[in-house]
Every structure is written in structure tokens, then in C-alpha cells.
Design a protein. Structure first.
Lengths: 440, 313
């Protein structure tokens, strides 16, 4: 019979056990990737966490590769819960083999040692099949850590029917955009929404102007949210907000979609992959939408930028990196897979391909028969690809969003908000043990 | 009411029982204690331990092999230096100061009214008031979210037609929109605790009051309310803890309300540090700070109430 003292002692020992185990605490991923040797004919299952509806492409793979089954598990999109789940799984040492990770989040996953070095498994030979700047998003210190899937070149979605009805010209410059906004407001509508809590969207605007929020200098991260280019863009939108020319609502939410359905919002400066969202959420507006180049800061220019884009990553801890890499490459380059992904609205392909031969090159009845992807093709070629993401983007862009939220509540200007966020951005990097400074 | 206990066992065995707890009692407590130890005590100590660690980075761009080092109280000072994290405490305190009294007053009034209505209706009404508690907080917030978002909500439409321009999700209002959800959800639950206490009030007291000529108002003020005091204290303590831990409602509303920042409440701040910023150590420190504050407030309130009680005697 155990005495009470013994029971208490066991209890204390049990409580101490994790503390002792903690001495071997690792940073980030608790398990490292190793390739399990596979006997010929042995079946493996790869788990794939994603929020992109790519089940059809995966079903095709599973049909063609009965030995390497891919099991898609849908997780909430990015910071709505998907990344949280991935980080937890990495820390717990039980990650999925494959995961959807956006370009901006790749440095964050690198910082927690969350990605498998794919160069060890021959990924570098695949480089030629991809658009170079998208491939470079997954390259760190000369090694490849992710297979690019798609990007999001920006364009202007607009309602041709309303523009005709109201006799508004499609704006070619931001000045014209503002003039159009004034006209549209007189008709009881608004030209677009300004989503305060979407710094990824906003960042695409100074990106187009030529700003670089993050650069590196030796080992130091340099943060520059307040360059003249960024402030010019901020001032422009400050004016739009204070004159009530834009709706201060969050994008991709019920109220926003209602605006797209009813014509309450007449345009949307969005990424190519937004086509599927408009199609899916405002189906009755079929035939009324068109796509134009993003309005320009200098007339006649073709400056563009990118919003979003993601890669297929093989998380640290996979037991089947070879098979996972094979699948990731197939998914993102096989013409049949790409056509299925395009149908699902996954974005602008990272694979080098001919637009004309793919589903992207067809005239689209939803856009009134326009070959609207020709606009995005031009946009994609004109993206300034020197934009970089810091390893604290989620956190630091949240500061931008928090500050923008205050602006829309009537406290200060977007320019002030960017100044405020810049200091916090630097602090975030320092808190992670990185060298960082403000650019000015 | 109470079942009479047969005087079993000799004086000797009873004496031993008083000396130290029975083994059988330990056997019954065992499963609970084991779970409590595993799910509460161990994680608490692990969190305290983790809160004293930090990541040390090496190599070019800090992307080399990192290691874990001892941080002492660095994470705590870092957390307390974050203005927005400290502001979060102010926000939940303000929230609690308004929301807890409103909710408990409502619960008390509902309980007293229920005590007055006939038995036939009491059951149905009690279930109706209690129903919101049965809806998970996340779902309740999604439902309320639809009522708050302009352009979708029928409420804002109707109020808009009447000439009001309510901005339920605005920077200054969203806290009270959250308070509304919490009141809606928990008033019925707290009402039930008060009702249970009211049921245990001996009928003789009411009879005596009636003989002394007390009306329903006086009975409520001088008999019922003083006698449900323990239930009010209990529900207040629960509500204080619940307020400090405010999490699901702001997290869900965040999607539609940009005014809800990542540091809106201390719990939200810790969550984003742990899972979005992958900084478990800072998150652990923030959680410990939150636990300490919640404990201080709960015990502070309890000692305030009991001291008053003692001085009254």
C-alpha cells in the first residue's frame, strides 16, 4: 500500500518531469525531416494542409499515383488559424508533410526552422520550370525551401455597366481614379472599399509606387514604411477617406460582397485571384465586370505590384520529403493540374507557361467576354520583384492594421499610422533577436 | 428534507477518520486530482518555466541555428513595456466595471421576477433565459456579428431609416457591442445560480414577513436580496475571471471590426504571440501576468466582501 507521503512524492516527480524535459528545449520545429526508406511497392500517405480548394487536382494525382496518396486537410486560411495550427504542429513535432504557406510567411517559418531544405532532395534542378522571382521567394542563403505555386498580380476590377450608365471613364491614373470617385459618389455609390485591417492589400499600393518597406543591409533588417513614395500613397488614401469617397469596410466579408453584388462598390483594386471571389460571391453580376491595369502614378507608365501568392512547403519533420517534393512539383507544373487549379481560382501560376494554351487565355463570359488575364499577364511582367518580406510580417503588418483602424475611427492620418507602425516593426524584429533599424 | 444518517461505526473509527483522511476518500478524489494535476498544475508550472526562456539567434541575418537560453524576467519586462498589452488590461477592467454590474443586476431582476411568477410559467421562462448560455460563444458572436455589420444587419438598416447611424463595430463602440454579447450569453446562467439560492430560502421567513405586513417589494429588498448575497459574490468572482479572460468574442469580431486590435485583450495578445508570432516564451509570460492579475482581483474582491461582512456582524 502506498503511503500518502509516497503518493505526494510521485506527484511532485510527475510535475517536475516536463520541467526537466524542458532543459532540452528546441527552437521551433521539434522534429527534423528525414527520408524513410521505402520498399518497392510500399504505400505512403502524405498529409497536406491547405485552404486552397485544390481537391480535384489532388484527386487526379491520387488516381495516377496509387502508391503515394495525398490526403488534403482543409485548414483556415493563413492567419485566420492555418498558420497558428502549423506552428503548433511544428512545435509539437507532429506536422503535416505538405502545407500551403504564403510568400510573405516563408521567412517566418524559416525563423522557427519550420521548412525542409529541399536542395538536399534535388529541388534545385526544378528551378527552370518556374518564374524566377516566384522561385526566389523560397530561397534562403542559396538553399531552396519551398516550391512556388501562384502569385497575385494586381489589376483594377470594375463594373463596366455602371461606368457606362454614369458616364465615367475608366481611370488610367490615380488622379483620374479620384475624379471618378467623386462622380460615383454623386450617384449614391462608392468607388471602392478601404479595408483598414488588410495590410497585405495596402502594401501592394506603395509597392506599385516604388516603395520598399523592408530591405537588408549586411545582417541588419532595414524598415522603411515612411519613404516619400509610401507617404504619397498614404496621403492619397487619407484624402479619399476624409472626403468619404471610399467605404471603410473590411474586404472579403459579407458587407463587402454585398457591395459587389449591388453595385454599392463600383471597383476593386485587387489581385488576379480575386476573380474567383467576385465570381463566387456576386454570381448575378455576370457579364458586367471588366479588368483594367491598376491606375498609374505617372501617365503612360505600367507600374504594377503583387498581393498574395503562396508556395507548397514541405514542413520540417516530414518522413517522406522525396515523395512530397515530387508531388509539390507535379501539382504546380503539370498542365492538367494547373488547369484544375485555375478552375479553382488559385492565382497566377508560378510555372512558366504559355497563357494562350491554358484555361487562363480564354475569353470569359463573366467578364463580358474579355480575355481579362491578358491584363494580369502584363501586370505580372511589370511587378517590381525586389520587394522583400521580413520574418515578422504577420506581427508587424498587424501593427499597421491596428494603427489604420484608429485612423478610420477619426484618430490621425494614415501617414501618422505608418510612422507609428514603423517603430513597432523594428521592435518586433529586435524582439526576435534580429538586428534591425528604421530607415530614416 | 434531509435523509437521516444511521449512526454507524464506533466512536473509535470516527475518531480515526477525524485524524487523517480516509483512503477511500483519496481513491474517489484520485481521478479528479490526477486530471487536475495533469491538465492544470503541470501546465501552469511549465508556463512559468517557459516564460523565463528566450531564443538566441546566431549566424548571418539571424537565420543560422538558433538556441534556447535563460531569459530571467526579460519576457516579463518586455511584455510590460508593450503599451498596447498594458492598455488591454485597462480595456478589460473598464469592460468589467460596466458589464459585470449590468449583467448581474439583470440576472438578479430576472431571478426575482421568476420567483414571483406561477410554477407553470417559471420552468419555460427559466429555460428561455438560460438558452443563450447553451450556444457556444464563438457561434453567438458570429450571429451577433451579422446583426452588427452595416449593410447586412437588419438592425442598422431599420435604425438608419429612423435617422440614426449606429456604428456598432466602430473604434469607440465595439467594446460595448462585445459587452452586449456577453450579457446576452451569461445573464441567464448567473440568473440560474441566483434562482437556486432563492429556492433554498426557508419558507418560514416569507411567512413571517407576510405576517409583519411586508409587500413583495419589501420582501425582495429585505429578505431575498440579502439572502442571495453568497450567490451574488460567487457570480461576481466568476464574472471577474471571465472578463479578464475575454477572448473568443473579440477574436471572432476582429474579422469584421478593424477596431479590435491584436492586443485588444491580454488573452488575445498572448494568443497572437504564441501562435501567430511563434513566440511561446513571451506568450507564457503574458499568460502568467494575466493569471496573477485575475487572481489578485478575485481574491481582492473576496476579501473586500468578507471584511465588510465581518464588520457588519
Amino acid at each position: 500500500m502506498p503511503t500518502r507521503r509516497k503518493v505526494l512524492a510521485w506527484g511532485a516527480a510527475a510535475a517536475a518531469a516536463p520541467a526537466l524535459a524542458g532543459c532540452g528545449e528546441k527552437v521551433g520545429a521539434a522534429r527534423t525531416t528525414t527520408a524513410t526508406r521505402r520498399r518497392p511497392g510500399q504505400k505512403v500517405t502524405l498529409t497536406f494542409w491547405t485552404w486552397v480548394p485544390l481537391q480535384k487536382a489532388v484527386a487526379l494525382w491520387n488516381k495516377q499515383n496509387p502508391d503515394v496518396r495525398v490526403d488534403v486537410q482543409t485548414v483556415p486560411a493563413n492567419t485566420s488559424g492555418g498558420y497558428q495550427k502549423m506552428h503548433s504542429a511544428l512545435t509539437a513535432g507532429d506536422p503535416p508533410d505538405l502545407a500551403q504557406v504564403e510568400y510573405y510567411a516563408l521567412p517566418e517559418f524559416m525563423l522557427v526552422n519550420g521548412l525542409t531544405n529541399l536542395s538536399e532532395y534535388g529541388a534545385d534542378e526544378l528551378k527552370g520550370a518556374y518564374v524566377d522571382w516566384q522561385w526566389q521567394q523560397g530561397v534562403f542563403a542559396g538553399k531552396t525551401y519551398a516550391i512556388p505555386q501562384a502569385s497575385g498580380p494586381m489589376g483594377l476590377f470594375y463594373r463596366q455597366d455602371l461606368f457606362d450608365k454614369w458616364d465615367v471613364e475608366v481611370p488610367a491614373t490615380w488622379d483620374e481614379y479620384r475624379a471618378a470617385a467623386v462622380k460615383i459618389k454623386k450617384r449614391g455609390s462608392l468607388i471602392t472599399a478601404f479595408p483598414p485591417a488588410n495590410a497585405q492589400w495596402f502594401a501592394a499600393l506603395p509597392w506599385q509606387r516604388g516603395a520598399r518597406w523592408v530591405t537588408t543591409e549586411g545582417d541588419t533588417w532595414v524598415v522603411d514604411l515612411t519613404s516619400p513614395e509610401s507617404l504619397e500613397v498614404a496621403d492619397f488614401w487619407d484624402g479619399m477617406i476624409s472626403d468619404g469617397l471610399v467605404s471603410p469596410i473590411q474586404d472579403s466579408q459579407s458587407a463587402f460582397f454585398k457591395g459587389l453584388q449591388t453595385g454599392g462598390l463600383a471597383t476593386w483594386p485587387g489581385a488576379q485571384w480575386y476573380d474567383a471571389l467576385i465570381r463566387g460571391n456576386a454570381p448575378r453580376t455576370e457579364g458586367r465586370w471588366r479588368v483594367a491595369e491598376l491606375p498609374q502614378w505617372e501617365r503612360g507608365a505600367h507600374a504594377s505590384s503583387n498581393w498574395g501568392g503562396s508556395a507548397t512547403a514541405i514542413l520540417q519533420g516530414s518522413r517522406h520529403p522525396v515523395e512530397a517534393l515530387e508531388f509539390a512539383h507535379w501539382l504546380n507544373t503539370d498542365p492538367a493540374a494547373i488547369d484544375l487549379l485555375i478552375a479553382a481560382g488559385y492565382g497566377w501560376p508560378a510555372a512558366r507557361m504559355e497563357l494562350a494554351g491554358s484555361a487562363l487565355g480564354k475569353p470569359d463570359p463573366f467578364f463580358g467576354g474579355q480575355r481579362y488575364n491578358e491584363v494580369f499577364q502584363l501586370s505580372d511582367r511589370n511587378v517590381d520583384t525586389s520587394w522583400r518580406f521580413a520574418p515578422t510580417t504577420t506581427q508587424s503588418y498587424a501593427h499597421v492594421q491596428d494603427a489604420f483602424g484608429r485612423v478610420l475611427a477619426g484618430h490621425g492620418t494614415l501617414a501618422d499610422a505608418l510612422k507609428d507602425a514603423e517603430g513597432k516593426f523594428v521592435d518586433d524584429l529586435k524582439a526576435k533577436g534580429l538586428e534591425a533599424r528604421s530607415a530614416r | 428534507m434531509s435523509t437521516s444518517v444511521k449512526p454507524s461505526g464506533t466512536a473509535a473509527t470516527r475518531g480515526r477518520r477525524r485524524g487523517r483522511p480516509d483512503r477511500k476518500a483519496w481513491a474517489f478524489l484520485g481521478p479528479f486530482l490526477a486530471l487536475y494535476l495533469f491538465a492544470m498544475v503541470v501546465p501552469v508550472f511549465y508556463a512559468i518555466y517557459q516564460s523565463m526562456l528566450k531564443v538566441e539567434r546566431n549566424g548571418p541575418m539571424g537565420l543560422g541555428e538558433p538556441s534556447v537560453g535563460f531569459a530571467g524576467f526579460e519576457n516579463y519586462s518586455l511584455a510590460l513595456q508593450q503599451e498596447t498589452f498594458v492598455d488591454g488590461f485597462g480595456r478589460v477592467l473598464l469592460f468589467g466595471l460596466v458589464q459585470v454590474p449590468v449583467m448581474l443586476l439583470l440576472a438578479l431582476v430576472l431571478a426575482l421576477l421568476l420567483d414571483q411568477v406561477s410554477h407553470r410559467w417559471a420552468g419555460l421562462l427559466r429555460a428561455t433565459y438560460f438558452l443563450p448560455y447553451g450556444i457556444p460563444g464563438v457561434i453567438a458572436t458570429i450571429l451577433w456579428g451579422f446583426l452588427y455589420v452595416p449593410g447586412v444587419s437588419p438592425v442598422t438598416d431599420v435604425l438608419g431609416d429612423l435617422g440614426f447611424q449606429p456604428d456598432f463595430l466602430g473604434y469607440d463602440n465595439v467594446l460595448w457591442s462585445i459587452a452586449n454579447i456577453v450579457v446576452w450569453q451569461f445573464a441567464g446562467y448567473n440568473m440560474l445560480i441566483i434562482v437556486a439560492q432563492l429556492k433554498s430560502v426557508p419558507q418560514e421567513l416569507y411567512e413571517a414577513a407576510r405576517i409583519d405586513g411586508a409587500g413583495p417589494w419589501q420582501t425582495a429588498l429585505h429578505i431575498k436580496i440579502p439572502l442571495v448575497r453568497p450567490a451574488l459574490v460567487l457570480t461576481t468572482v466568476f464574472s471577474i475571471i471571465g472578463t479578464m479572460q475575454l477572448f473568443a468574442e473579440p477574436l471572432v469580431l476582429k474579422k469584421v471590426a478593424p477596431a479590435v486590435t491584436t492586443d485588444y485583450t491580454p488573452n488575445l495578445s498572448a494568443y497572437f504571440d504564441a501562435f501567430a508570432n511563434a513566440n511561446l516564451y513571451l506568450a507564457a509570460a503574458k499568460s502568467v501576468i494575466l493569471a496573477v492579475v485575475a487572481m489578485a482581483l478575485s481574491f481582492g474582491f473576496l476579501s473586500l466582501v468578507t471584511r465588510k461582512q465581518r464588520s457588519e456582524r
